[in-house]
Write a protein that binds this ligand. Structure first.
Ligand code: ADP
Ligand code: MG
Length: 372
């Protein structure tokens, strides 16, 4: 084990954090000291969601001394829950700010429906990004939530752009945390982004389809139905030639190499690019129009510039407004968008590179100049 650990350090690249210490030491110590829960500690509230692999409820704990836990969220999951618990524990230790605050997960065997995995998180807030994007007011309805009380600037495109920029920065920051840990989410969409009232930021939820390339957990993507509305065109995020489920130590040692060969993180980048697009173009926020957009883009061989040339001449005011927003500052937003939505994964930018894109620099400069 020591030798494999040393190997994984040797092989480590910036893309994949060496996980030896985390997996074998931290995980063990944490098991001993973190609070645990059991079925009788939990009181169920309103149902929040129902997916193919489980149901999600608002909940609270009646465990003695658990008042400080506040409101909770409980997911009762099928057999895939085991992977989801593993992912959440890993994320909590490696990049806790990226995702909703995970408390505990366990196997519950006394249910009539057969064994279920129960997962507990802190309740982060009422709204997902999908809920907030439904509002006619978006993105203004998010302004004070993430920027606080800012000075009364005129409500123009610049201001809208500033709010969207801030959301994008938070999403890319969270995604960079996951990717640097070796985790690809594979189900990035507004429904899986929660607004955290505590930190006043957006966080990622729902690691039910996530995969950790570093240890080969849930390695075979075709086992899952990906959400077609937000999926990148590639069906497999790792080349089909890479071995299907390497044993943990082998994968730990090889993963940085496989990662660099396949760049599986770029799958999430495509999805987050679609979210950027939906934020810029109000008409693309509905499911039906997003699906129609996907069809149009496919017809253009996933060339966003060709799509623009096709729709812009006969664009209504809504589409024109989106292009105008992305064209601000010499088209810096459009440039970022086109670097995320590309057919070839290899040609897409990474979360880390996107964060360093000048689209966000200008925002920093603005913040600086407003402080002076
Ligand atoms: P599913 O597998 O059903 O998609 P999710 O993990 O996405 O499960 O959760 C379903 C819904 O529950 C989310 O869309 C969100 O509205 C809500 N939810 C999940 N986790 C939290 C949390 N930590 N805080 C607040 N709401 C949450
Ligand atoms: Mg979900």
């Amino acid at each position: 084990v020591l030798a494999m650990g040393a190997l994984s350090y040797l092989w480590a690249t910036p893309g994949v954090a060496p996980g030896f210490f985390d997996m074998f030491v931290l995980a063990f110590v944490e098991r001993l000291f973190r609070p645990t829960y059991k079925k009788d500690d939990i009181v169920l509230g309103k149902k929040l969601g129902e997916g193919a692999f489980g149901s999600v409820y608002r909940a609270s704990s009646v465990k003695p001394n658990s008042k400080k836990d506040g409101d909770l969220v409980l997911k009762k999951a099928s057999e895939f829950g085991a992977v989801e618990i593993w992912m959440n524990e890993r994320v909590r230790r490696a990049c806790g700010n990226s995702c909703a605050d995970f408390l505990y997960g366990f196997l519950e065997t006394s249910s009539k429906k057969g064994p279920e995995y129960w997962l507990l998180w802190r309740f982060e807030g009422e709204d997902t990004l999908a809920d907030l994007m439904q509002s006619k007011d978006f993105p203004y309805n998010v302004e004070t939530m993430i920027l606080g009380e800012v000075q009364d600037l005129p409500k123009g495109l610049e201001r809208e752009n500033k709010i969207i920029q801030t959301i994008m920065r938070q999403l890319l920051f969270a995604l960079d945390g996951l990717h640097s840990t070796g985790i690809v989410h594979r189900d990035i969409k507004p429904q899986n982004i929660i607004y955290s009232e505590g930190t006043r930021t957006f966080k990622i939820i729902d690691l039910g389809a996530a995969t950790d390339l570093r240890v080969g957990i849930n390695y075979i993507p075709k086992e899952f139905l990906l959400d077609p509305r937000y999926s990148a065109p590639e069906q497999y995020i790792m080349s089909t030639q890479t071995p299907s489920a390497p044993s943990a130590p082998v994968a730990t040692a090889l993963s940085p190499v496989l990662w660099q060969m396949n760049l599986p993180d770029r799958f999430d980048i495509y999805s987050v690019g679609l979210i950027f697009l939906q934020m810029a173009f109000p008409s693309l926020r509905s499911d039906s129009n997003l699906i129609q957009f996907n069809r149009q883009l496919k017809k253009c061989n996933y060339d966003l510039v060709a799509w623009r040339q096709g729709v812009e001449p006969r664009a209504g005011s809504d589409l024109r407004k989106g292009f105008e927003l992305l064209d601000l500052d010499n088209g810096i937003g459009w440039e970022l968008l086109t670097s995320m939505i590309r057919y070839k994964a290899r040609q897409r930018t990474s979360a880390k590179a996107a964060l360093a894109h000048p689209y966000f620099d200008k925002e920093g400069l603005l913040a600086l100049s407003s402080m002076q």
